[in-house]
Design a protein around this ligand. Structure first.
Ligand code: ADP
Ligand code: MG
Length: 455
């Protein structure tokens, strides 16, 4: 019928607008490399902040130390030791932040974090307590854009991911945490302030020396990589012993005319709190917006528009992913998701297939663009092609983490396949993508250890 043809036409149009063929991805990768140069050249030189992390020495297996902590709204204790300096034990407690604290004031938020820290410390055994006269050391993982002023200090540039607390912006988050810790009557020294992307890089490097970049695909998206310190014109500090410096790209801010954009993204951006960095939560909502247009213009779900389809973020990315992975002959998961989440019952198989088509287009665009971003990094590092001297292609490992990467298999698979598609065969063969499962807490702990007061 005409209605069905209209719905199919909307999908076709979406597909065209979202198309990310290899040629376009190369342009995106090139643009990323150009912006990386600009962001390293001067402060504010690019939308890519290219934040200097002050991490110039990624921990390797040789560190010996006891029990620093990292916290990413997760309180973690890592005990290091043994001849190999390996991680002996990791214990953690998940702490979820009550939603009202995410939009309240700084004092209350940090008090809450410190009080969770206090509870965790109160329950620990004798064996892991620091010797008398020594403070506990804390690695502070903070996964928001921070202008780092040293390894253990930095001011918040802005909140992302649903947080919005005005009085923290521009403040040193380590001082805020330290004061809250003191109010709890605890004695601790925050020896490293670590962005979660940097933490993932450090944690990944601990297990594998060839890890040179980390990418987070979670609620937000970001990347970090190891840069030559002498390739950072805006860095006026002393050159590090290693000659390296880890850069937190804040790549969620990346914009380019080469990025395939649709009306749905534009509408979503104008309604989102943190349009530039959010990823994991928006995919599901883009799918909802496409379905809403199909409902309105093509009566895809009958003569009336299902009211729930009008509700922003009602269709979560995990719902989208569950539908996308549905391989049952009658697409049962798609049917029940549409019914349970959107109140749309009795969908035909044809309609369900169309819904999967929408998920596929939206997920593939995101995954292919993420791959192009990784290629941009490899290009900046000179690792996107075989060495000119004819030598062996170095092994290159990218540590990835985040709920989207971990759980949305079709997304992560597409990312990996696209990455290989964009690289020459011999380079592709030397590139590995690994899942750094919650590596960021471990990385923060290791960095805290390597910047310890006592080592
Ligand atoms: P954060 O980035 O805040 O640390 P996570 O790394 O846990 O959070 O990632 C959360 C993101 O992962 C959310 O945006 C969520 O939509 C996405 N996600 C979680 N589970 C799934 C899933 N099964 N399929 C697709 N996306 C998922
Ligand atoms: Mg995460």
């Amino acid at each position: 019928s005409g209605r069905w043809a209209r719905a199919v036409a909307i999908l076709k149009e979406l597909e065209e607008k979202c198309a990310a063929p290899v040629g376009k991805l190369r342009q995106v990768a090139d643009a990323m490399t150009v912006e990386m140069h600009a962001g390293l050249a001067s402060e504010g030189g690019s939308k890519l902040k290219m934040i200097i992390s002050y991490v110039d020495n990624l921990p390797t297996g040789s560190i010996l130390c006891i029990g620093p902590w990292g916290t990413n709204f997760r309180v973690l204790r890592v005990q290091l030791g043994g001849r190999e300096g390996r991680v002996l034990k990791q214990e953690f407690e998940e702490v979820s932040i009550p939603p009202h604290l995410m939009v309240g004031n700084s004092h209350d938020l940090f008090d809450y974090i410190a009080s969770e820290l206090a509870k965790f410390v109160a329950s620990e055994d004798e064996g892991v307590r620091p010797p008398a006269g020594r403070q506990r050391e804390l690695g502070f993982t903070f996964s928001f854009p921070v202008r780092q002023t040293s390894i253990s200090s930095g001011t918040l540039i802005k909140w992302t991911k649903g947080f919005s607390i005005d009085d923290t912006v521009g403040q040193d988050v380590v001082s805020a945490l330290t004061s809250a810790i003191e109010r709890q009557g605890l004695e601790m020294n925050v020896s490293a302030l670590v962005n979660d992307t940097i933490g993932t890089l450090a944690g990944g490097r601990y297990y594998d020396n060839d890890v040179i970049a980390a990418v987070i695909l979670g609620t937000g998206t970001n990347a970090a990589y190891v840069e030559h310190a002498n390739a950072i014109p805006k860095w006026h500090g002393p050159l590090s012993k290693t000659g390296e410096m880890v850069i937190n790209m804040e790549w969620g801010n990346f914009r380019s005319s080469h990025l395939p954009t649709t009306e749905f993204d534009t509408a979503l951006d104008s309604e989102s709190l943190n349009p530039e960095t959010d990823l994991g939560d928006v995919l599901g909502d883009i799918v909802r917006r496409v379905l809403l247009r199909m409902a309105k213009e093509a009566a895809l779900f009958g003569d009336t528009v299902p009211p729930k389809l009008e509700v922003s973020f009602i269709l979560r990315t995990p719902h989208m992913s569950a539908m996308h992975h549905d391989t049952s002959p009658d697409l049962r998961v798609v049917g029940t998701t549409l019914k349970d989440i959107l109140g749309i019952s009795n969908t035909s198989l044809k309609t369900r297939k169309l819904v999967i088509g929408v998920c596929d287009v939206v997920a593939k665009r995101g995954a292919r663009l993420a791959a192009a971003g990784v290629v941009g990094i490899l290009k900046k590092m000179g690792r996107d092609s075989s060495p000119r001297d004819g030598g062996q292609v170095p092994r290159t490992v990218i540590a990835m983490d985040g709920g989207l990467f971990e759980h949305y298999t079709l997304f992560s698979t597409c990312l990996e396949v696209t990455l290989k598609e964009l690289l020459p065969d011999d380079v592709a063969a030397a590139v590995d993508v690994v899942h750094a499962n919650d590596g960021s807490g471990l990385g923060a702990a290791l960095l805290a250890a390597s910047h310890s007061l006592y080592l």
